[in-house]
Write a protein that binds this ligand. Sequence first.
Ligand SMILES: Cc1ncc(COP(=O)(O)O)c(C=O)c1O
Length: 385
Amino acid sequence: MKVAEHIKQIQTPPITEVKSWLTKQTFAADKPLVDLCQAVPSYSPPKELIEHLKGAMDDPFTFKYSPDEGLLNVRQEVCRWYHRHYHGAPQPEQLCLTIGASQAFWLAMTTLCQPGDEVIIQLPAYFDHLMGLQALGIKPVCAPFDPTNAGQPDLQAISRLINAKTKAILLVTPSNPTGAVIPAKQINSFFELAQARNISLILDETYNAFIGTAPHSLFNCTDWPDHFIQIASFGKTFALTGLRCGALIASENVIQHTLKVQDSMVVCQPRTAQLALQFGCQHLDAWVAKNSLTMRQRHDRFKTDFQAAKTAFELIASGSFFAWVKHPWKDLNGRQAAQRLVEKENLICLPGETFGPGLESYLRLSFGNIESAQIPDAIARLQHC
Ligand SMILES: Cc1ncc(COP(=O)(O)O)c(C=O)c1O
């Protein structure tokens, strides 16, 4: 069967590719695999959430469709969560519950863009955004990576990339892969730029629960719905990545159009995910705050230990979950460098070039995936290279 040419051009999903290298290898008991590959919380959801879902299995409604946009009482609960964690909050009509942030991204792109349109992204970019845009025939226009910027997007550089085909500026904060958090003031400037040029600012805020403060105040602006869209994930927040809990937050008008795509794509977020999300928003603020602090402390420990270790790797940027490092091998690209780490040090991580063109000198280390106690061993392995 013939596969469409533009799909053939897209890279293999990076985590699948990197994990496939492991099948060729065995790991000695005294040097087990250190997995810095995927961004998954190292902990499970709390017992009470699991018990709540177990109880829901006796209810026949759990197994039925919900409205396309999700159950009203769940969306109301999510809005209350926003009221507590952001300055301002969307209304339930401005929310569509999705199969993770991943599907929210597809809804946003299919609703705003047609093939040939352009979306500006900041390098290094989240690989699924690049891959999704390519699959949809939307041109990703990349703002170049400046290693001296600590992973922050450059307003002026992005402003220069806007043209008549641009539909949106798509930013990720905290960033995957750099961990960099865009300050609220800077987010405001990007929103003002989107307003001035009549395009959308789309923020993927998958890691918003790990900042420790309100990420921005855009929901407090009465006119946010005209130029702002949020891609939300509760997968990392409540350690539910496998349940696929996300949401698209946009104007009621955009959501109404989005539902045409939602209906034909998935119909609705599964009810199990909705019930978990509702429970999380209702009961887990303290649990999330504790884990958020743990993740920030883990980052502090990683950064301190990394800098003290004086490895040949250079820490370019980091934050909760991620470190973006420059590897020391001038003659190797990121794939080759990552392969070398697997083969010699039993450590897996992602090659820089999976996050966009020209990033072969870099690697992403997802230390959020391991416990704090494992950090010294992970860094020692980098020291041995
Ligand atoms: C920036 C970013 N957006 C979206 C996703 C996907 O989130 P979800 O699991 O909610 O689809 C991830 C997952 O790692 C991510 O890092």
